[in-house]
Design a protein around this ligand. Structure first.
Ligand SMILES: *[C@@H]1O[C@H](CO)[C@@H](O)[C@H](O)[C@H]1NC(C)=O
Length: 286
């Protein structure tokens, strides 16, 4: 009976559709509550969650810094967090915000914000570790004062590439270069970590400026955490929350990336001839 069978068929696809949409949207809309999504891991009461889980702060004083980490691990996704960095004389402080897996062959995707004396620019330091090996630093100034307001720092991580975005502008793309023998993070799930600590031995151009402890405690703020991932496999994801999974950047994003790299990039390991006089890393040679 054609009628009956098509009736059953469409009933089945509706159920299937609902199941798929549920699986993905539940994770996709995991808009943050810091109590639910994170553990405060060190620094005792220097790390705090307040406003019913909508705001988190880390602080640093002469005795200790502080930090937190996500309860969940992620394998691919788009992760957004808004940060407001230590204001005033923040020289010597480092606010690290990164994804990392565990162990000696871990993968890692790093943002590190290096503070500065009042009125001088922060440096945004980035790095990518694959199979325990980093040495892929790129550094940027920002086109705004990151201590005045919250800004969104995102990581898109899919099998094709890792994209760092600041307020939705891509600043760095690390492409999958497995075809030329560069390992790419794609097997080890990562947690999100953040910490505020003192690094006046290196962060201020090799320890040139020391942390002014009379300004302590130093405080950074976090809000609006959002993670878009697929709970199961990301391959059958016609129904998933798309954009972060698609390959490549669109033309507008490419232009923005070029604009940042031209005007705000202050260090790129791929152009450091002195450091790599024996030959550039493989991923730089394309
Ligand atoms: C601090 O400001 C100085 C002077 O503008 C600049 O050269 C340096 O890159 C800035 N950042 C850090 C972390 O030293």
């Amino acid at each position: 009976m054609p009628m009956a069978s098509s009736y059953i068929n469409s009933g089945f696809s509706i159920i299937l559709f609902v199941v798929l949409v549920n699986t993905c949207s539940r994770v996709a809309n995991a808009a943050g509550n810091f109590y639910q999504d994170f553990d405060l891991t060190w620094g005792e009461n220097r790390a705090k969650i307040f406003r019913e889980g909508q705001l988190l702060s880390l602080s640093l004083d002469k005795t200790s810094g502080s930090g937190f980490q996500s309860k969940k691990e992620y394998l691919f996704g788009r992760i957004d967090m808004q940060l407001k960095l230590v204001a005033g004389n923040s020289a010597g402080t480092v606010t690290a915000y990164y994804l990392s897996s565990q162990g000696p062959t871990h993968d890692e995707i790093d943002y590190e914000f290096l503070g500065n004396v009042t009125g001088q620019p922060y440096i945004l330091h980035t790095n990518v570790f694959t199979q325990g090996k980093g040495n892929r630093e790129q550094q940027f100034y920002l086109w705004f004062d990151p201590t005045k307001n919250f800004h969104t720092y995102s990581i898109i991580w899919n099998p094709q590439h890792i994209v760092f975005l600041v307020d939705n502008t891509p600043i760095r793309v690390f492409k999958n270069a497995e075809s030329v023998g560069v390992p790419f993070p794609k097997k080890q799930p990562m947690r999100i970590y953040s910490s505020l600590w003192n690094a006046d031995d290196w962060a201020t151009r090799g320890g040139l400026v020391k942390t002014d402890w009379s300004r302590a405690p130093f405080t950074a703020y976090y809000r609006n955490f959002n993670a878009q991932t697929c709970s199961g496999s990301c391959s059958n994801s016609k129904f998933a929350n798309g954009a972060w999974q698609s390959q490549g950047l669109d033309a507008y994003s490419q232009r923005r990336l070029k604009w940042v790299q031209k005007n705000f990039m202050i260090y790129n390991y791929c152009t450091d001839y002195k450091r790599f006089s024996q030959g550039f890393p493989l991923e730089c040679r394309r």
